[in-house]
Ligand binder design. Structure first.
Ligand SMILES: [Zn+2]
Length: 700
């Protein structure tokens, strides 16, 4: 064991303007560990460093900075490594036992700043080790060697006595004591390998601990590197005839089968190597096994759902005459059977767990990962971020398990070890504490998404927890809006006047989010001309976008909504002009009125599928933040001129015209859409004005 390097000048506990050099080094090297997804994924892993601080009485005391919950190593900053009093933590080691709840409370009690995030549940493990710097990961390659029959011998063959070995022990006080004991017995070791869990390395400097970590992971990777690279470099041409299904043929059915009280967001991963890996012999068996490390089970559950779709007609001549409906029915049956079987098996596992470990609060029985031959893999989550995390973990699991299969049969943790993790008391205590956002798990599709009203609606639905797809003819406009919005937003190029373009857009949305629940036909154009002067091409242009565009949007979306079979909500952005038309605005008013009528027909036709269709009628929305309304840029100057006003005066004119003297904002329109989109009332075919009160436009 190397002597810890000389501590630098300690920093006073209440100092906020300078950061201890040891902590600076820890932040830097933690980020290097977190930057590599083969080492650390999504908040997994943790790091620590030991130093000194000066308390308020001027006394130097030993402290430990340890990763706090809610921080990701890749982006960690100094506040993500809260400091605890080291001696107080070490004093706990004399205890015979310490429950997880007591341990968390005691660790929190030693925080120098009580408002800091709770340190990692592995805090005591870090504290009990003598080394200044400690790094921990669940690196794929370490698990590739460890998670198999004879895994321990294989690890010893690769790492020799440079590391100490421990069988799996649930994270917590007993593991912390076991690691400290094994390192005291073997003081020369550079790390500890926790079987079927991960790797710890340590050192006198952050660089030394990190380099040891990278070196051990590289040594492990080498054992299956050839296979890993071969798989990852699969050419697209090699899987062309394996790809059978489009996202919109598969994910809405899956999403519908998963729907219960809530909805899930799905994310597809279908890179060439994934499609190729799923075709391999015996892959179904390899993948239907435990997660690589118990940390994953909270995100992916302990088993994925392997889903065999019926042979696609393109691959099976005998099925070629079954037609599109026959294909869809076959997919639906396969999906429903697989999901029902999964849920049944999960409930049985939960019962076995409770029988063995005592009563627990059941989690939902739905899978978080699907593997589909001829398609790809799908991550499932309560929101888009959770779905992406599940998909990332599934990708790493697929790559690791398939590429390393020649090392021996995969052998993960036992069912009850995994149950202990999934139903850990610390996790159970979090259940039901946070109220889910109203639109959690829902996906909203907004046409004209790059425009001011589209962006305002997106902002409100996003804040309510939905994932949002912004469709726009100009992809750059939707992209810009998506950038400004941030979060679970995708931009899609789509032409609402073209059925093929809308079908392609639906496919993209299904691939990214799995389907949709809320559809907002919002794309629209305006044009100022008297009927006598109205050019036929301008009339046609407005009819195409404002009216036919709404028809094609509803057609394309209804197909997905019906495929899901879980209801939905269509909210048309109509116009105050439908109720109170204006002179020189014929093409706009008439085309919007046509769309308004189409929405009423949709309300009649789609009610039997649980799909609500309603309309909001805004007036005079000039911008969303800095995003000016394209519609007003087009018609504003003419409208101002016809009223003898400057452009600036025009906005005030519209505000003074309504009963409430209100400025109508894009977010106001969004809140009206949210009212309907959340299906708060059993309402369909209704009209909600968002205009500050215009008597001539009262709905009747
Ligand atoms: Zn761990």
């Amino acid at each position: 064991m190397e002597a810890p390097s000389e501590p630098s000048d300690p920093v006073a506990a209440d100092s906020t303007d300078s950061i201890d050099p040891i902590l600076t080094e820890r932040v830097r090297t933690s980020r290097l560990l977190g930057a590599d997804p083969a080492m650390v994924l999504h908040g997994g892993g943790n790091t620590s460093a030991k130093g000194e601080y000066v308390d308020l009485l001027g006394k130097r005391r030993a402290c430990i900075w340890i990763k706090g919950s809610g921080w990701d190593l890749a982006t960690i900053e100094a506040p993500g490594l809260p400091a605890c009093d080291l001696e107080q933590l070490r004093a706990l080691r004399v205890l015979e036992e310490l429950s997880d709840e007591d341990m968390v409370r005691e660790v929190r009690r030693t925080l120098l700043d009580p408002t800091s995030p709770t340190p990692s549940v592995e805090a005591l493990l870090h504290a009990f080790l003598p080394h200044r710097f400690v790094d921990h990961s669940h690196a794929d390659a370490i698990l590739a060697l460890s998670d198999r029959e004879g895994g321990e011998e294989l690890c010893r063959e690769v790492f020799g006595d440079r590391v100490a070995y421990l069988p799996f022990v649930m994270p917590g006080f007993p593991l912390a004591k076991a690691v400290a004991a094994v390192v005291e017995e073997q003081p020369h070791v550079e790390g500890v390998l926790l079987h079927k869990h991960g790797l710890f390395t340590f050192g006198g400097s952050g660089e030394q601990s990190l380099q040891r970590h990278f070196e051990f992971v590289a040594m492990a990777t080498e054992r299956y590197e050839k296979e890993r690279v071969a798989l990852l470099t699969t050419e697209e041409s090699a899987v062309a005839n394996m790809r059978c299904w489009r996202a919109s043929q598969v994910t809405p059915v899956l999403r519908g089968a998963l729907a219960g009280d809530g909805r899930f967001v799905l994310e597809t991963r279908a890179a060439a190597w994934i499609v190729a890996a799923l075709e391999g012999d015996g892959v179904a068996e390899i993948m239907q096994s435990a997660p690589l490390t118990p940390d994953h089970s909270l995100r992916t559950k302990n088993q994925p759902c392997w889903l065999e779709l019926p042979a696609h007609a393109d691959r099976d001549p005998e099925r070629a005459d079954s037609g599109a409906d026959g294909q869809a029915l076959a997919v639906q049956q396969a999906v429903q059977t697989a999901v029902a079987t999964y849920a049944k098996d999960y409930r049985a596992y939960f019962e076995r767990g409770c029988a063995s470990r005592g009563p627990r609060t059941a989690l939902d029985p739905m899978p978080r990962v699907f593997y589909l031959r001829g398609y790809g893999l799908i991550g499932v989550g309560a929101n888009a971020k959770a779905a992406a995390i599940a998909a990332d973990l599934a990708e790493h699991t697929l790559l690791t398990k398939v590429a390393s299969q020649q090392l021996g049969a995969f052998e993960g943790l036992s069912e009850m070890d995994l149950f202990d993790m999934e139903y850990w008391s610390l996790e159970q205590a979090k259940l039901g504490k946070a109220k889910a956002p109203e639109l959690q798990g829902k996906v909203a599709v907004i046409t004209g998404g790059g425009g001011a009203i589209g962006e305002g609606i997106a902002r409100v639905l996003l804040d309510a927890g939905a994932a949002v797809a912004l469709l726009d003819l100009e992809l750059s406009l939707a992209d810009d809006a998506a950038q400004r919005l941030g979060g679970a937003v995708m931009a899609v190029a789509a032409n609402v006047t073209c059925a093929d373009s809308m079908a392609a857009a639906m496919d993209q949305i299904c691939e990214r989010f799995g389907g949709m629940d809320i559809v907002v036909p919002n794309a629209g154009l305006a044009h100022v001309a008297s009927l006598e002067e109205l050019q036929l091409e301008d009339w046609q242009r407005l009819i195409d976008v404002n009216q036919t565009g709404v028809l094609l949007t509803i057609q394309a979306a209804a197909k997905v909504l019906r495929c899901q079979g879980a209801g939905g909500s269509v909210v048309l952005v109509s116009s105050k002009n439908v109720l109170a038309p204006g002179a020189n605005f014929g093409a706009y008013s008439a085309s919007k009125a046509g769309a308004h009528q189409l929405a009423k027909i949709a309300a009649l036709e789609l009610a039997e599928h649980g799909i609500h269709v309603n309309m909001v009628c805004p007036d005079a929305v000039f911008r969303c933040g800095d995003n000016p309304s394209g519609l007003w840029a087009e018609v504003g100057p003419d409208r101002a001129k016809s009223r003898g006003l400057s452009s600036a005066e025009l906005e005030d004119f519209y505000q003074q015209r309504n009963l409430l003297k209100a400025e109508v904002t894009a977010e106001d329109v969004g809140r009206a859409v949210l009212f309907f989109a959340a299906n708060r009332t059993p309402t369909t075919g209704a009209v909600l004005p968002v205009d500050g009160g215009v008597p001539g436009a009262f709905p009747r």
